[in-house]
Design a protein around this ligand. Structure first.
Ligand SMILES: Cc1cc2nc3c(=O)[nH]c(=O)nc-3n(C[C@H](O)[C@H](O)[C@H](O)COP(=O)(O)OP(=O)(O)OC[C@H]3O[C@@H](n4cnc5c(N)ncnc54)[C@H](O)[C@@H]3O)c2cc1C
Length: 261
Protein backbone atom coordinates (compact mmCIF):
# COMPACT_ATOMS: atom_id res chain seq x y z
CA UNK A 1 0.00 0.00 0.00
CA UNK A 2 2.33 2.74 -1.18
CA UNK A 3 2.19 6.13 0.43
CA UNK A 4 2.76 8.46 -2.53
CA UNK A 5 3.62 12.16 -2.68
CA UNK A 6 3.19 13.85 -6.06
CA UNK A 7 4.99 17.13 -6.73
CA UNK A 8 2.81 19.56 -8.64
CA UNK A 9 3.70 22.99 -9.87
CA UNK A 10 1.46 25.74 -11.14
CA UNK A 11 2.99 27.29 -14.24
CA UNK A 12 2.07 30.10 -16.64
CA UNK A 13 -0.05 28.68 -19.45
CA UNK A 14 2.18 28.25 -22.52
CA UNK A 15 -0.59 29.89 -24.59
CA UNK A 16 -0.29 33.12 -22.58
CA UNK A 17 2.25 35.90 -23.00
CA UNK A 18 4.98 34.86 -20.54
CA UNK A 19 7.38 37.49 -19.28
CA UNK A 20 9.74 38.34 -16.44
CA UNK A 21 9.16 41.45 -14.34
CA UNK A 22 11.38 44.46 -15.10
CA UNK A 23 12.02 45.09 -11.39
CA UNK A 24 13.80 41.87 -10.34
CA UNK A 25 13.56 39.54 -13.38
CA UNK A 26 11.29 37.16 -11.50
CA UNK A 27 8.23 35.69 -13.14
CA UNK A 28 5.49 38.24 -13.82
CA UNK A 29 2.64 36.08 -12.55
CA UNK A 30 -0.03 38.66 -13.37
CA UNK A 31 0.73 38.66 -17.09
CA UNK A 32 -0.18 35.04 -17.69
CA UNK A 33 -2.95 32.53 -16.94
CA UNK A 34 -1.79 29.89 -14.50
CA UNK A 35 -2.39 26.15 -14.92
CA UNK A 36 -1.37 22.86 -13.37
CA UNK A 37 1.67 21.85 -15.42
CA UNK A 38 0.64 19.13 -17.88
CA UNK A 39 3.58 16.91 -16.94
CA UNK A 40 2.33 17.05 -13.35
CA UNK A 41 -1.13 15.91 -14.49
CA UNK A 42 0.70 12.85 -15.80
CA UNK A 43 2.52 12.47 -12.48
CA UNK A 44 -0.82 12.59 -10.62
CA UNK A 45 -2.33 10.09 -13.09
CA UNK A 46 0.54 7.66 -12.48
CA UNK A 47 0.08 7.93 -8.72
CA UNK A 48 -3.65 7.24 -9.09
CA UNK A 49 -3.00 4.21 -11.33
CA UNK A 50 -0.59 2.83 -8.70
CA UNK A 51 -3.13 3.50 -5.96
CA UNK A 52 -5.88 1.76 -7.94
CA UNK A 53 -3.65 -1.33 -8.29
CA UNK A 54 -2.07 -1.44 -4.83
CA UNK A 55 -4.10 0.81 -2.51
CA UNK A 56 -2.34 3.47 -0.45
CA UNK A 57 -2.70 7.22 -0.33
CA UNK A 58 -1.83 10.06 -2.69
CA UNK A 59 -0.74 13.43 -1.30
CA UNK A 60 -0.05 16.30 -3.69
CA UNK A 61 2.58 18.83 -2.71
CA UNK A 62 3.13 22.26 -4.18
CA UNK A 63 5.55 25.00 -3.21
CA UNK A 64 4.16 28.16 -4.72
CA UNK A 65 2.15 31.33 -4.21
CA UNK A 66 -1.42 31.47 -2.89
CA UNK A 67 -2.81 31.09 -6.39
CA UNK A 68 -1.25 27.60 -6.64
CA UNK A 69 -4.31 26.32 -4.72
CA UNK A 70 -6.09 26.17 -8.11
CA UNK A 71 -3.50 23.66 -9.39
CA UNK A 72 -3.75 21.73 -6.13
CA UNK A 73 -7.57 21.55 -6.40
CA UNK A 74 -7.26 20.23 -9.95
CA UNK A 75 -4.97 17.42 -8.75
CA UNK A 76 -7.42 16.67 -5.92
CA UNK A 77 -10.34 16.65 -8.36
CA UNK A 78 -8.48 14.06 -10.46
CA UNK A 79 -8.53 11.82 -7.37
CA UNK A 80 -5.60 12.62 -5.06
CA UNK A 81 -6.54 12.28 -1.38
CA UNK A 82 -5.01 15.34 0.26
CA UNK A 83 -2.55 18.14 -0.26
CA UNK A 84 0.25 20.18 1.25
CA UNK A 85 0.70 23.73 0.04
CA UNK A 86 3.84 25.57 1.12
CA UNK A 87 2.98 29.20 0.57
CA UNK A 88 5.10 32.01 1.93
CA UNK A 89 6.00 35.48 0.58
CA UNK A 90 9.61 34.72 1.64
CA UNK A 91 9.80 32.18 -1.22
CA UNK A 92 9.54 34.85 -3.92
CA UNK A 93 12.37 34.31 -6.44
CA UNK A 94 13.63 31.07 -4.86
CA UNK A 95 16.18 29.06 -6.85
CA UNK A 96 16.01 25.35 -7.69
CA UNK A 97 18.11 24.41 -4.66
CA UNK A 98 16.00 26.40 -2.19
CA UNK A 99 12.79 25.04 -3.72
CA UNK A 100 14.15 21.50 -3.43
CA UNK A 101 15.05 21.94 0.24
CA UNK A 102 11.55 23.24 0.98
CA UNK A 103 10.00 20.32 -0.94
CA UNK A 104 12.17 17.86 1.03
CA UNK A 105 11.16 19.42 4.35
CA UNK A 106 7.48 19.28 3.38
CA UNK A 107 7.83 15.61 2.34
CA UNK A 108 9.29 15.05 5.81
CA UNK A 109 5.91 16.01 7.33
CA UNK A 110 4.27 13.00 5.62
CA UNK A 111 4.81 9.83 7.63
CA UNK A 112 6.23 6.77 5.86
CA UNK A 113 6.56 8.05 2.29
CA UNK A 114 7.25 5.19 -0.16
CA UNK A 115 7.28 7.04 -3.44
CA UNK A 116 7.71 10.62 -4.63
CA UNK A 117 6.50 11.25 -8.20
CA UNK A 118 7.49 14.40 -10.10
CA UNK A 119 7.52 15.61 -13.69
CA UNK A 120 10.82 15.39 -15.58
CA UNK A 121 10.93 19.11 -16.17
CA UNK A 122 8.63 22.02 -15.41
CA UNK A 123 7.31 23.98 -18.41
CA UNK A 124 8.42 27.31 -16.99
CA UNK A 125 11.68 26.95 -15.03
CA UNK A 126 12.77 23.96 -17.16
CA UNK A 127 15.58 23.20 -14.71
CA UNK A 128 14.87 19.48 -14.92
CA UNK A 129 16.89 19.23 -11.71
CA UNK A 130 14.39 19.07 -8.85
CA UNK A 131 13.79 15.27 -8.89
CA UNK A 132 17.53 14.46 -8.85
CA UNK A 133 18.31 17.08 -6.20
CA UNK A 134 15.41 15.90 -4.09
CA UNK A 135 16.56 12.27 -4.26
CA UNK A 136 19.98 13.43 -3.05
CA UNK A 137 18.53 15.45 -0.16
CA UNK A 138 16.14 12.65 0.88
CA UNK A 139 18.74 9.91 0.38
CA UNK A 140 16.33 8.01 -1.92
CA UNK A 141 17.26 6.32 -5.22
CA UNK A 142 16.15 8.30 -8.29
CA UNK A 143 14.51 6.79 -11.37
CA UNK A 144 14.16 9.52 -13.97
CA UNK A 145 12.54 9.91 -17.42
CA UNK A 146 10.04 7.16 -16.62
CA UNK A 147 7.91 5.85 -19.48
CA UNK A 148 6.58 2.87 -17.52
CA UNK A 149 6.43 2.26 -13.78
CA UNK A 150 5.79 -1.11 -12.11
CA UNK A 151 5.63 -1.77 -8.37
CA UNK A 152 5.93 -5.23 -6.84
CA UNK A 153 6.21 -5.32 -3.06
CA UNK A 154 8.93 -2.84 -2.18
CA UNK A 155 10.58 -3.04 -5.61
CA UNK A 156 10.02 -0.37 -8.23
CA UNK A 157 10.91 -1.01 -11.88
CA UNK A 158 11.00 1.79 -14.42
CA UNK A 159 11.47 1.87 -18.16
CA UNK A 160 13.53 5.00 -18.68
CA UNK A 161 13.26 6.68 -22.08
CA UNK A 162 15.71 9.24 -23.39
CA UNK A 163 16.88 10.31 -26.85
CA UNK A 164 19.47 7.53 -26.75
CA UNK A 165 16.99 4.72 -26.10
CA UNK A 166 15.37 2.70 -23.33
CA UNK A 167 17.00 1.64 -20.06
CA UNK A 168 15.47 -0.55 -17.36
CA UNK A 169 15.96 0.66 -13.80
CA UNK A 170 15.10 -1.08 -10.56
CA UNK A 171 15.28 0.17 -6.98
CA UNK A 172 13.93 -0.54 -3.53
CA UNK A 173 11.31 1.85 -2.16
CA UNK A 174 11.31 4.59 -0.97
CA UNK A 175 12.32 6.25 -4.22
CA UNK A 176 11.89 9.37 -6.34
CA UNK A 177 10.48 8.89 -9.84
CA UNK A 178 10.16 11.54 -12.51
CA UNK A 179 7.84 10.89 -15.41
CA UNK A 180 8.10 11.79 -19.07
CA UNK A 181 5.36 12.90 -21.47
CA UNK A 182 4.64 9.42 -22.84
CA UNK A 183 3.92 7.79 -19.49
CA UNK A 184 0.11 8.01 -19.70
CA UNK A 185 -2.90 10.09 -20.68
CA UNK A 186 -4.17 11.98 -17.62
CA UNK A 187 -7.84 11.59 -16.77
CA UNK A 188 -10.24 14.54 -16.81
CA UNK A 189 -11.67 15.40 -13.41
CA UNK A 190 -15.29 14.22 -13.19
CA UNK A 191 -18.05 16.47 -11.80
CA UNK A 192 -18.10 14.22 -8.72
CA UNK A 193 -14.33 14.57 -8.42
CA UNK A 194 -14.53 18.37 -8.64
CA UNK A 195 -17.18 18.49 -5.90
CA UNK A 196 -15.25 16.04 -3.68
CA UNK A 197 -12.02 18.05 -4.11
CA UNK A 198 -13.58 21.05 -2.37
CA UNK A 199 -13.74 19.04 0.87
CA UNK A 200 -10.36 17.33 0.71
CA UNK A 201 -7.79 18.49 3.28
CA UNK A 202 -5.13 20.99 2.20
CA UNK A 203 -2.43 21.65 4.78
CA UNK A 204 -1.06 25.16 4.19
CA UNK A 205 2.40 25.67 5.66
CA UNK A 206 4.90 28.52 5.86
CA UNK A 207 8.65 27.91 5.60
CA UNK A 208 8.95 28.56 9.36
CA UNK A 209 6.36 25.77 9.93
CA UNK A 210 8.88 23.48 8.21
CA UNK A 211 11.68 24.59 10.51
CA UNK A 212 13.37 26.62 7.75
CA UNK A 213 14.66 30.12 8.42
CA UNK A 214 12.79 32.43 5.95
CA UNK A 215 16.11 34.23 5.32
CA UNK A 216 17.44 31.01 3.75
CA UNK A 217 14.90 31.12 0.89
CA UNK A 218 13.91 33.71 -1.71
CA UNK A 219 15.70 36.00 -4.10
CA UNK A 220 18.18 37.56 -1.64
CA UNK A 221 19.82 34.25 -0.71
CA UNK A 222 19.19 32.33 -3.96
CA UNK A 223 22.14 30.40 -5.43
CA UNK A 224 21.33 31.69 -8.93
CA UNK A 225 20.21 35.11 -10.16
CA UNK A 226 18.79 36.37 -13.44
CA UNK A 227 20.90 39.44 -14.27
CA UNK A 228 19.27 40.45 -17.52
CA UNK A 229 16.36 39.42 -19.69
CA UNK A 230 15.22 40.36 -23.17
CA UNK A 231 11.73 39.71 -24.53
CA UNK A 232 11.52 37.21 -27.36
CA UNK A 233 11.62 39.07 -30.73
CA UNK A 234 8.28 39.13 -32.56
CA UNK A 235 7.85 36.40 -35.15
CA UNK A 236 9.05 37.37 -38.63
CA UNK A 237 6.56 36.87 -41.49
CA UNK A 238 6.84 33.45 -43.09
CA UNK A 239 7.91 32.85 -46.68
CA UNK A 240 5.07 31.75 -48.97
CA UNK A 241 5.84 29.08 -51.54
CA UNK A 242 3.48 28.92 -54.55
CA UNK A 243 3.20 25.42 -55.94
CA UNK A 244 3.21 25.31 -59.71
CA UNK A 245 4.23 21.67 -59.76
CA UNK A 246 7.64 22.47 -58.31
CA UNK A 247 6.54 23.11 -54.67
CA UNK A 248 8.52 20.17 -53.33
CA UNK A 249 11.78 21.35 -54.91
CA UNK A 250 11.19 24.91 -53.70
CA UNK A 251 10.66 23.70 -50.12
CA UNK A 252 13.80 21.53 -50.37
CA UNK A 253 15.80 24.53 -51.68
CA UNK A 254 14.51 26.66 -48.82
CA UNK A 255 15.46 24.05 -46.23
CA UNK A 256 18.93 23.63 -47.78
CA UNK A 257 19.32 27.45 -47.70
CA UNK A 258 18.45 27.40 -43.99
CA UNK A 259 20.91 24.53 -43.49
CA UNK A 260 18.06 22.43 -42.10
CA UNK A 261 18.70 19.53 -44.49
C1 LIG B 1 7.02 30.68 -4.48
C2 LIG B 1 8.11 30.54 -5.51
C3 LIG B 1 8.39 31.61 -6.33
C4 LIG B 1 9.36 31.49 -7.30
N1 LIG B 1 9.58 32.53 -8.13
C5 LIG B 1 10.47 32.43 -9.09
C6 LIG B 1 10.66 33.49 -10.00
O1 LIG B 1 10.00 34.51 -9.92
N2 LIG B 1 11.62 33.37 -10.96
C7 LIG B 1 12.36 32.23 -11.06
O2 LIG B 1 13.22 32.15 -11.95
N3 LIG B 1 12.15 31.18 -10.25
C8 LIG B 1 11.25 31.26 -9.26
N4 LIG B 1 11.04 30.20 -8.42
C9 LIG B 1 11.80 28.97 -8.61
C10 LIG B 1 11.27 28.12 -9.76
O3 LIG B 1 10.07 28.59 -10.31
C11 LIG B 1 11.06 26.66 -9.50
O4 LIG B 1 10.00 26.35 -8.63
C12 LIG B 1 12.20 25.88 -9.01
O5 LIG B 1 13.40 26.53 -9.20
C13 LIG B 1 12.19 24.51 -9.67
O6 LIG B 1 12.83 24.57 -10.90
P1 LIG B 1 12.13 24.11 -12.23
O7 LIG B 1 10.84 24.79 -12.39
O8 LIG B 1 13.14 24.32 -13.31
O9 LIG B 1 11.85 22.58 -11.92
P2 LIG B 1 12.18 21.25 -12.69
O10 LIG B 1 13.34 20.60 -12.07
O11 LIG B 1 12.17 21.46 -14.18
O12 LIG B 1 10.83 20.48 -12.27
C14 LIG B 1 10.69 19.08 -12.29
C15 LIG B 1 9.52 18.67 -11.43
O13 LIG B 1 9.79 19.00 -10.06
C16 LIG B 1 8.57 19.34 -9.42
N5 LIG B 1 8.61 20.74 -8.97
C17 LIG B 1 9.42 21.74 -9.39
N6 LIG B 1 9.15 22.88 -8.73
C18 LIG B 1 8.14 22.60 -7.89
C19 LIG B 1 7.40 23.36 -6.95
N7 LIG B 1 7.66 24.65 -6.75
N8 LIG B 1 6.43 22.74 -6.25
C20 LIG B 1 6.15 21.41 -6.43
N9 LIG B 1 6.82 20.65 -7.31
C21 LIG B 1 7.78 21.23 -8.03
C22 LIG B 1 7.46 19.12 -10.42
O14 LIG B 1 6.99 17.81 -10.33
C23 LIG B 1 8.20 19.34 -11.74
O15 LIG B 1 7.50 18.73 -12.82
C24 LIG B 1 10.08 30.29 -7.44
C25 LIG B 1 9.81 29.22 -6.61
C26 LIG B 1 8.84 29.32 -5.65
C27 LIG B 1 8.58 28.12 -4.79
Amino acid sequence: MPNIVVLVKQVPDTYSERRLSDADHTLDRESADAVLDEINERAVEEALVIKEAHGGEVTVLSVGPERATEAIRKALSMGADKAIHVSDPALHGSCVLQTTKVLAAAIGTVEGVDLVIAGNEATDGRGGAVPAMLAEVLGFPQLTHARKVTIEGDTITVTRETDTGLTHLQATLPAVVSVGEKINEPRYPSFKGIMAAKKKPVDTLSVADLGIDPAQVGLASASTAVLESTPKPPRAAGQRVEDSGDGGSKIAEYLVGQKLI
